[in-house]
Design a protein around this ligand. Structure first.
Ligand SMILES: [Zn+2]
Length: 257
C-alpha cells in the first residue's frame, strides 16, 4: 500500500475521532456556559450584599447623628423657654432652625438608604429565582456531558487502537506532516484529485480547485506522496480514478516526444 493510501486511512480515522470528540466539546461548552452564567449571578448577588452592608453602616451612623442633633435641639428648646430677651430668643430660634435643617437632611438620607436596601433585597430575590433555574441547568448539562463521555469512550478507544495499528506502518515524519496539515487545514488536510476534463487531461485539487500539472497526477498514481502546490494538502486519487492512469501515461509519453 502506498504512503498516501496509508495516510488516507489514518486521516479517515482521525476525522472519526475528531467527530466524536466534537460531540463532547459541544456538551462541554454548553456546561461551561451554564456554569459561567451561574457564577455571574453569584458575583452579582455578592456585590449587592456588599453594597447593602455598606448602606446599613451608613444608615446606623446617620441615625446616631440625627439623635445627637435631636438632643441638641431639645437643649435649645429648653434654653428658649428661659430666654430673657427677644434678641436671645431669636438667636436660639435661628440655631434651632439650622439644627432642624441638618436633621431633616439626615432623615432624608436615611429614607433614601432604606429604599435602596429594599430595592437590593428585591433584586436579590429576583436573581435567586433565576439562579435556581440555572443551578438545575448546570446539573443537567453536567449529566449530559458525562453521558456523552461514556457513550463515546468505548468507540474512541476502538478508533484509537485502530489508528495506532495504522500509524505503525508510517514514518514519524509522515505522521507529523499529516498532523500539521490537519491542524492547519482541518478536513482539507487531504484532498481528492478532481477530473475536470478527461479528454484534455485536466485535473484540479478538489480542496482549492487549483489546476494540477500532469506530473503531479503521474506521481499520485505511482503512489508517491504529492502535495498541492497551492493549498499544500496531500493529494490522492480515488480507486476509480485508476482509469485515468493509462491516460496519464499516454499524455506523459506524448509530452516527452
Ligand atoms: Zn489545493
Amino acid at each position: 500500500m502506498s504512503v498516501t493510501s496509508q495516510l488516507r486511512k489514518v486521516f479517515e480515522v482521525d476525522q472519526l475521532i475528531s467527530g466524536l470528540q466534537s460531540r463532547l466539546t459541544s456538551a462541554d461548552r454548553f456546561h461551561g456556559e451554564q456554569q459561567r452564567q451561574l457564577d455571574e449571578m453569584d458575583a452579582k448577588i455578592s456585590s449587592i450584599e456588599t453594597e447593602t452592608k455598606k448602606s446599613k453602616l451608613q444608615q446606623s451612623s446617620l441615625e446616631k447623628e440625627a439623635a445627637a442633633l435631636e438632643a441638641k435641639m431639645a437643649t435649645l428648646r429648653e434654653a428658649m423657654g428661659s430666654a430673657r430677651t427677644n434678641k436671645e430668643y431669636s438667636t436660639f430660634l435661628g440655631e434651632l432652625n439650622a439644627l432642624k435643617a441638618q436633621k431633616d437632611e439626615k432623615d432624608k438620607s436615611q429614607i433614601e438608604l432604606m429604599e435602596k436596601a429594599e430595592a437590593a433585597t428585591a433584586q436579590i430575590a429576583e436573581i435567586n429565582t433565576k439562579r435556581a433555574e440555572r443551578v438545575a441547568m448546570v446539573a443537567k448539562a453536567g449529566e449530559e456531558r458525562a453521558k456523552r463521555q461514556s457513550e463515546i469512550a468505548s468507540k474512541l478507544a476502538e478508533l484509537q487502537s485502530k489508528r495506532d495499528t495504522l500509524a505503525k506502518d508510517l514514518a514519524p515524519s509522515e505522521l507529523a506532516l499529516l498532523a500539521e496539515l490537519i491542524d492547519r487545514l482541518g478536513e482539507n488536510a487531504m484532498a481528492k484529485v478532481d477530473e475536470i476534463d478527461r479528454r484534455n487531461h485536466e485535473w484540479a485539487c478538489s480542496s482549492c480547485m487549483r489546476a494540477l500539472p500532469v506530473q503531479a497526477i503521474s506521481m499520485i498514481l505511482k503512489g508517491q506522496l504529492t502535495r498541492c502546490s497551492n493549498c499544500t494538502c496531500i493529494l490522492f486519487a480515488d480507486d476509480d480514478q485508476d482509469v485515468g492512469a493509462k491516460k496519464v501515461k499516454k499524455k506523459e509519453a506524448a509530452e516527452q516526444l
